[in-house]
Design a protein. Structure first.
Length: 145
């Protein structure tokens, strides 16, 4: 009986999350742009999406790099400056600039298009709301600015 109740609660919560996502998507309005998605973005949802990245990335202060650089405090840092210890590819080094929401959105949409020749083996995130969620999550992971 307890298993059935737990399963019912999980299904109910999954349904609520889906409804919230759709409500947030509707709130962006027609012809939404990045600013619209960022306005309704959810750092908690972004953290759940980022969990898929956790095999190669971390966002903990002073944590070592893994397969990729530690992304603690990445927003506002140079594109190749999230970690002084990580060996960035020439592809990323040639991009220059700092991580802004717009740049992170382009990177998350398609790392290969953002920095042709990158070693990042990740196709990207097609959903603009999910990208905005991840951007807001990453923005929340770092020192207070």
């Amino acid at each position: 009986m307890t298993r059935h109740i737990a399963l019912g609660v999980m299904l109910l919560l999954a349904g609520c999350a889906r409804d919230d996502r759709e409500a947030r998507r509707r709130a962006t309005g027609p012809n939404a742009v990045l600013a619209d998605y960022l306005r309704v973005a959810d750092a908690g949802a972004g953290g759940r999406s980022f969990a898929a990245c956790a095999a190669c990335r971390t966002v903990r202060q002073n944590a070592p790099d893994a397969g990729g650089p530690n992304l603690y405090g990445v927003m506002g840092k140079p594109v190749t400056g999230a970690s002084a210890r990580f060996a960035y590819t020439a592809a990323l080094q040639s991009v220059g600039g700092v991580w802004t929401p717009a740049r992170m959105d382009r990177w998350l949409r398609s790392p290969a298009a953002f920095a042709p020749g990158t070693r990042m083996a990740f196709a990207g995130i097609a959903d603009p709301l999910e990208r905005a969620d991840v951007i807001v999550f990453l923005s929340s992971q770092g020192p207070t600015r």
